[in-house]
Design a binder for this molecule. Sequence first.
Ligand SMILES: [Zn+2]
Length: 196
Amino acid sequence: MDLAVDYLVERNFVVRSQGNLSLRNVIGEGYLITPADVPWHRFDSKSVVLMHPDGCFSGQRTQSSEWRMHDFIYRDHPDIGAIVHAHPANAVALSHRTFRHTDPLGIPLMNFPYEDFVHFGGGIPILPPLPSGTEELAEHVSRALGVGGSIKYPALILAQHGVVAVGRDLEQALTTMDLVEHLCEIRLKIPPADTY
Ligand SMILES: [Zn+2]
């Protein structure tokens, strides 16, 4: 987890104590998550919090305030082993635009005629702004990723907030996060009238 945090900081995807990441506990139940209010330069493996299935936690710190989102995702999607949530600048800036395509759930979808979008299930959903850390946000995010346990989209954008990327492991989730930000950077360079 330390390497994943370093990577997010180096890429400027998070500043101070923004964002959070987690890893399904493969040697037991629950999942490991980054703590609340610990600036990233002070983060180390001792600050990681173990979340139990009953919502209790073990560790020297309290869990990230956005833990409910991780909780819902792990519960609804057994194939997901890692979740990364960050606030990359281009993705957040792009989420202020209006997109005319929607997915079957009616969620606005950012898409490109690029090969990269095959990886994203044809687009990246942009969820409307919802308060951070709430059950409402957690439920919306988990449902938007896919229903019935299957993953339709490996990443989504939370409008005016950040990005959630998931994967079998942290490396896969970080790669997806990277790709989202890269595509959003390109998309921002295209005048809104020319967008798809
Ligand atoms: Zn956030």
